[in-house]
Ligand binder design. Structure first.
Ligand code: ZN
Length: 231
């Protein structure tokens, strides 16, 4: 029981750096690891003719992947708080361009929600909404099918894996509004693109993507990234 409470305490207030394991005195990552995070200087674009912008505070790097892993698999609400705040700062750079915006998280399939107990994109979206005051529309998108882990598929099969995986539950919530679609990581972009296609049916004014980290082209170990891409 003591171990359980220690686990709970450590999940909320980790005392060791979640990336290198050194003592931090309460913060999530130590100063050294924090210095390795890569700020995203400008928005990226999703592949395809619509060129949907992807905003994120960071590009992917090992320390960011450790933060996402902590968020996804170890119940790290502290990670959601920290990453959500950083994402809100990234959103602030284009907030003035948004007219009557709403935040929509990429949904998790309910079987994964039951197994994991919480939904990481939903947690991040909640934090961003809290910091920015932009309303959160949690159940706007639904997940029709439980997709296979993207990591188990080759590049060509990934698009098919998520095609038709999402459906629009409530068009009224997004019609003529600027939608901020929130996910944790954007790598190939297939998942958020599939969400954008589902959102189109609701005729939003625009869609932008906001995530904690997006892929950069070089230096990332692909196999490491793939191990996190459970869709
Ligand atoms: Zn560290």
């Amino acid at each position: 029981m003591k171990g359980f409470f220690r686990f709970l305490l450590d999940s909320v207030f980790p005392r060791r750096c979640i990336s290198c394991g050194s003592f931090t005195g309460g913060s999530l990552v130590c100063g050294l690891c924090h210095g390795q995070l890569l700020p995203a200087e400008a928005a990226g674009l999703l592949p395809g003719p619509d060129a949907i912008p992807v905003y994120s505070p960071f590009l992917t790097c090992d320390v960011l992947l450790d933060l996402i892993r902590f968020l996804k698999f170890e119940g790290g609400t502290a990670a959601a708080g920290w990453l959500g705040r950083e994402m809100s700062r990234a959103l602030a750079t284009y907030r003035e361009e948004l007219d009557d915006p709403v935040i929509v998280p990429v949904p998790l399939h309910w079987t994964r929600l039951v197994r994991r107990g919480y939904d990481q994109a939903g947690l991040l979206a909640g934090e961003v909404s809290r910091h920015t005051g932009i309303p959160l529309r949690r159940r706007t998108l639904g997940r029709r099918k439980r997709t296979r882990a993207q990591s188990s598929l080759d590049r060509g099969s990934r698009s098919g894996n998520v095609t038709g995986a999402f459906c629009l539950r409530s068009a009224d919530r997004i019609r003529d509004r600027d939608v901020v679609l929130v996910d944790d990581l954007v790598t190939s972009g297939e998942t958020v693109l599939a969400c954008c296609r589902a959102l189109e049916a609701g005729e939003p004014s625009s869609v932008t993507v906001l995530c904690a980290g997006r892929r950069r082209t070089a230096k990332i170990k692909v196999e490491r990234l793939d191990s996190l891409m459970f869709e």
